[in-house]
Design a protein around this ligand. Structure first.
Ligand SMILES: Cc1cc2nc3c(=O)[nH]c(=O)nc-3n(C[C@H](O)[C@H](O)[C@H](O)COP(=O)(O)OP(=O)(O)OC[C@H]3O[C@@H](n4cnc5c(N)ncnc54)[C@H](O)[C@@H]3O)c2cc1C
Length: 514
């Protein structure tokens, strides 16, 4: 039965960053892997696509974990482990916020500069600001001082514990804590607490009270330590280089390979079936599809696992976490002269704090060609803007209703971007509008969701599942696994998944990483 793929150790369903890091790590350990990607390019939400001389990032464009030092720079490390390297352009400012009550502030790479600006706005909270961001730094220092590549593997955990006992204990303390609880301990000013909310929301799509402190510690410190670094040539370069590394090591990736079923025998995963009926067998199957899509949860009837075999723990997970809203996103090619060279690359607009978690409540804007001019033809810039929107707003519309709604969102986003970039509408050379339906279709993600968010306030990261599933030989990787969304977070998930599989296949390096 295995004749079509001899000696295949693992099949990875999906080439998102989680899937690619798992595949590249396994290949680096000497395993034979096959990545099956249903779309035509690698990277999923962390890919890039080309149109008319423009290179647009599909989703992610603010990249954490891409510095040179410490242990948390997992994207840099993942590339290095397969002998690849990505040139990056350091971004001097992570992000500029445009908030209610004429509150604008940029988060500089230089920590002291940012803290000084924030303290200028909230002088009465000088101590609270220092303590909150100082606590984030402590969490980060624990993370960054040890090679924590798996939490599931107890023998590995013990090795890490002996190397860095204090960091391990420090981290364990923050695992069940949320950033909002820490912020409230030190800060009383309501506007400043709202600011901490948007600081979290812009990457976790949750206010601080539901955002795990471990993730906040990572993001709020890495941006000043490793810094935000943009990959030259577009975010998709990271995925492309991981693919090169995987192929050079003798493993393979196939595009337009849509997995429709994970094959089971005696309740163990033994391979997959593609939409053309082809069956491919391997000792291990890894799903980089979301848990909703893998297990057919939440009435998502077309799961990859047949209904009768879906573990109860997965239904329980889907009661604890729900899909966050999707986005309407706009990719524009525009005339260069309307954008000042000194404008920051990333912006966030919130006009009303009460709308933060609602449809169209936050607008994200990125202009990566300010950092890397090769992303646009001469005389042009690219803009990527997006705003949260739920699939229920877009399903069940007639074709005409759909197109009218798309046009309304387009006008809404153009109006908002024009606050930062005047004269926009008459200077657009190219436009692409994606709705939650587009994200569902092209990213293969349940409801086009950005990722899982807690149904209610939880104990930090504690309830987030690791990579092993209750089905033998089946693993999950990506943003519906510990520690959640974001390229560096899913890279961690990829490392952890490859480590767990490596332990099973007995191919892990005994030594801890340098
Ligand atoms: C608009 C937007 C902006 C973002 N901005 C940032 C940012 O600035 N910084 C940051 O760090 N993160 C950002 N993120 C989040 C980050 O991009 C994601 O958390 C991360 O890329 C998710 O990676 P993943 O491995 O879980 O898989 P995904 O990116 O979801 O990829 C999964 C892959 O699997 C494939 N697949 C699924 N099902 C099948 C199947 N049955 N058969 C074959 N292939 C299949 C899909 O086609 C896809 O390629 C953003 C996300 C979005 C949507």
């Amino acid at each position: 039965m295995k004749s079509n793929k001899k000696n295949l150790d693992a099949i990875i369903i999906g080439s998102g960053m989680g899937g690619l890091v798992t595949a590249s790590q396994l290949a680096a350990k000497g395993a034979q892997v096959l990545v099956l990607e249903k779309y035509i390019i690698p990277g999923g939400s962390g890919g890039s696509f080309k149109r008319k001389g423009y290179t647009f990032d599909v989703g992610a464009s603010m990249i954490f974990g891409f510095g040179e030092k410490g242990y948390t720079n997992l994207l840099t490390r993942a590339l290095k482990d397969v002998n690849e390297y990505c040139d990056t352009i350091p971004d001097p400012v992570q992000l500029e916020y445009h908030l209610p009550n004429n509150f604008s502030i940029s988060v500089d790479r230089e920590y002291d500069k940012f803290i000084e600006k924030l303290t200028e706005r909230f002088p009465h909270e000088k101590e609270g600001i220092k303590k909150f961001y100082g606590t984030c730094e402590k969490v980060f220092n624990c993370l960054d001082s040890m090679p924590l590549l798996s939490i599931e593997d107890i023998s590995y955990l013990l090795k890490v514990f002996f190397k860095a006992p204090l960091s391990c204990l420090g981290l364990a303390r923050w695992l069940p804590v949320n950033a909002g609880d820490v912020a409230r301990k030190f800060i009383k000013d309501q506007e400043l607490l709202k600011f901490i909310d948007i600081e979290c929301f812009c990457w976790s799509v949750m206010p601080a009270i539901k955002t795990p402190m471990i993730n906040a510690g990572m993001v709020f410190t890495d941006r000043h330590v490793g810094g935000i670094n943009y990959p030259k040539g577009g975010v998709g370069k990271i995925a492309e280089k991981l693919v090169s590394g995987i192929e050079r090591l003798g493993s393979k990736i196939r595009y337009r390979a849509n997995v429709t079923e994970i094959l089971l025998e005696k309740k163990k995963a033994i391979g997959v079936m593609l939409s053309n009926g082809e069956k491919i067998y391997a000792d291990i199957v890894v799903s980089n599809s979301t848990r909703w899509d893998t297990f057919g949860l939440n009435q998502n009837k077309k799961g990859l696992i047949k209904n009768d075999y879906v573990p109860k723990s997965e239904y329980k997970w889907s009661e604890t976490y729900k899909p966050s809203p999707s986005f309407v996103s706009l990719h524009l090619g525009v005339s260069k002269e309307i954008i000042d060279d000194k404008l920051n690359c990333h912006h966030i607009i919130v006009d009303d704090w009460e709308e933060l978690e609602n449809e169209k409540g936050v607008i994200f804007i990125s202009i990566p060609s300010l950092l890397d001019s090769s992303l646009a033809p001469d005389g042009k810039h690219i803009i990527h803007a997006f705003t949260p929107s739920s699939i229920c707003q877009w399903d069940d519309l007639s074709r005409d209703e759909y197109l009218i709604k798309k046009q309304k969102y387009y006008s809404f986003l153009v109006r908002k971007i024009s606050k930062i970039i005047p004269n926009l509408e008459e200077n657009i050379d190219h436009k692409e509008i994606g709705t939650p339906r587009t994200h569902r279709k092209f990213l293969g993600r349940f409801e086009g969701s950005y990722g899982p968010i807690p149904n209610k306030k939880l104990l930090g990261l504690l309830p987030m599942p690791f990579n092993t599933t209750k089905i033998e030989n089946l693993y999950c990787v990506g943003d519906s696994c510990f520690p959640g969304q974001g390229l560096n977070a899913v890279a961690f998930s990829g490392y952890a998944c490859a480590h767990k599989i490596g332990a099973k296949l007995n191919i892990n390096n005994f030594k801890l990483p340098d």
